[in-house]
Structures are given as C-alpha cells and as structure tokens.
Design a protein around this ligand. Structure first.
Ligand code: PAP
Length: 311
C-alpha cells in the first residue's frame, strides 16, 4: 500500500488518507493501516459467518450485543448471558482492532459457529472473501449529526496518542465536513453499503440506529430471520424478543459492572461506549448553521440514492 504523506491529528488520533490500492479517499487511523491490509490478505470468511459493519459511533456496541444474543440464545439463557460479564466488543471481535493487529494467521478455527466478526471498513475495502462467500453482512448507520457529536465526545474521553493536543469542536467539525474522520468520509461509507444492499438484499441487511431506537423488538426479529435463526412462535409468545431487547438496552448495558470499569484494547474505557444513547443529542452541541451545513452536504451526497435519515 502507498499512502499520501497526508496525516492529520484528529484530536488524539492520527488519521491518514489511503490511496487507490485500498480505495481512494478513505481516512483511516494510521495504526490500522497494517491490520486492515493483513485482514484483507488473510481473512477467509465462511458461509455461516456474520459480519457486522459500521461507521464508528453508529451503533456498533448495540448491534454486537443484539446479534450475539440472538445467535446464541439456545446456548446461554438470558440470565446467564456472557453480556452480563463481558463488554460486547470482547464477545464480537473487530477484524482490524482485535483479530489482526499482531498476527497474520490468528486461530479462528475453534470459534463456535456461527462466528460473528465486526469491522469499520468501507464496503469497497472489505476482505474479498466477505463479499464473495455466502456469509451475511449487517450494516447499521446513524444520522451524521449524532454520529459526529458521539465521536467528538469519544475521542475527548480516550487519549490514544500521548503527544496529541485536542482540537476545538469547530475545527473537528470542519474536518468532518471535508470527510476527514476515522473511516471517513461519512457519506461514502454509508453509500457503499446502501448500494451493495440494493444489489443483493439477501447478503446485506441495512439498518438505521434511529429505527432501532423506535422499535427494537421488530428489528431483533428481522435480524434473527436474516441470519437464519428465526424465532419460533413459542419463543415469541414467551417474550424472547422483548427479553433480548431489554438485555441489550443502553440502560442495562451501561449499568453493568463490566461496562462501568475496564478497558478495550488497552486504552479505551469500556464506559466510553455508553454515553447518552439518544437520537437528536446533536442539538445540545451544534449550532443551527452547523446542522444546515451537514444537511446540505447530506442532500447533495445522497441525492437520488433513496437514502434518508431521521435527525
Ligand atoms: P464504536 O463504533 O466505537 O464501537 P458505537 O457503539 O458505534 O461505538 O457508538 C457508541 C454510541 O452508541 C454512543 O452514542 P452517544 O455518544 O450518542 O451516546 C452510545 O451511547 C450508543 N450506544 C451504546 N450502546 C447502546 C445501546 N445498547 N443502545 C443504544 N445506544 C447505544
């Protein structure tokens, strides 16, 4: 891979832009260049795998908790769920942060099936085997204003590089509008997966954070059907959809001891994955002019795609 010598400090994360071999114009944290290349070269998806794909701060933690619980509901009862003692990021590993940061061929054979992995990669830079095998992809996205605010708070809470000085919100916002944030540009990430699901809806389920907030149980049912583990009538009558929804709710997960303390990959506080969990919190942090700038950008980028957000 070659990369332009174009690095910026985004608060405390250095991001660098990646050029054509990995898909032009994708901004990645520098520390992830190598793990992403390694996973692209070595990861072999199986037809039973479930791959969760997400722009950061768009519902990763929630989708991991839900999918893990749905796929393993016959292995663990709700009151024995590993989610009660493990952060969702431990149960569903990231290809780039957890599986491939150090090893070319980590041991993935003994993981119980279905294996569930996650990644923040754009569709166009996914390992080929994910696109080409029969595995399923679930994508979740979130409106750009809440995603931006969520990410800004996350980087303030987690100092990843010691020498980096936090930027002001205005400057980070300006970079966001130019597409510069980890795994940005925001709009290209979404459009890649949106277009892929239009082409192959059996392969890719496209979800929105805001829709899940409105009615999580119906999405629990939809995810279960999509991954080939539909709920029986008996399970539905027993209230299994609602039990899983409650187990994975923001309030429940945030208040678990494991998520109030501890760290993910050494330096990221588990608690920082649970801030407010609301739709529309952007209004408390951004001016109307900022919102208008993003709305105009979104309209231009998504025009004629059919993709819209509830703010
Ligand atoms: P990641 O990409 O770094 O893993 P991710 O989980 O996608 O983060 O996003 C975190 C956001 O999801 C936070 O939003 P906020 O900053 O606006 O509050 C977090 O609060 C929210 N979140 C985490 N878990 C849940 C959940 N169970 N239900 C709803 N929202 C959640």
């Amino acid at each position: 891979m070659t990369s332009r010598s174009c690095f910026r400090h985004l608060n405390n994360t250095r991001v660098g832009i990646v050029v054509p071999s990995l898909g032009e114009g994708i901004w990645l944290p520098v520390m992830l260049f190598r793990p992403i290349l390694t996973s692209r070269k070595h990861f072999k998806a199986e037809s039973t795998d479930i791959i969760l794909t997400i722009m950061p701060k768009s519902g990763t933690t929630w989708l991991k908790a839900l999918t893990f619980s749905i796929a393993n509901r016959n292995v663990f009862s709700i009151d024995q769920s590993p989610l009660l003692t493990s952060n969702p990021h431990t149960l569903v590993p990231f290809l780039e942060y957890t599986v491939y940061p150090d090893l070319e061929n980590p041991e993935l054979e003994n993981i119980p099936r279905p294996r569930i992995f996650s990644t923040h990669m754009h569709f166009k830079i996914l390992p080929d085997s994910i696109r080409e095998s029969g595995c399923r992809i679930i994508y979740i996205c979130r409106n750009p204003l809440d995603q931006f605010v969520s990410h800004y708070h996350f980087i303030l809470q987690n100092k990843i590089e010691n020498d980096a000085v936090p930027l002001e919100l205005d400057e980070v916002f300006d970079m966001f509008c130019q597409g510069i944030q980890p795994f940005g540009p925001f709009w290209d990430h979404m459009l890649g997966y949106w277009n892929a699901q239009l082409k192959n809806p059996q392969k890719l389920l496209f979800l929105k954070y805001e829709d899940l907030k409105q009615d999580v149980s119906s999405h629990v049912k939809q995810i279960a059907e999509f991954i080939g583990f539909p709920f029986s009538a008996e399970e539905e009558n027993q209230g299994m959809l609602e039990q899983i929804s409650r187990l994975c709710s923001f309030e429940n997960l945030k208040n678990l001891k494991v998520n109030k303390s501890g760290y993910f990959i050494g330096s990221i506080k588990n608690s920082s994955f649970f801030r407010k969990g609301e739709v529309g919190d952007w209004i408390n942090h951004l001016t109307p002019a900022m919102a208008e700038r993003v709305n105009n950008l979104t309209e231009t980028k998504f025009q004629s795609s059919g993709l819209v957000f509830k703010m």
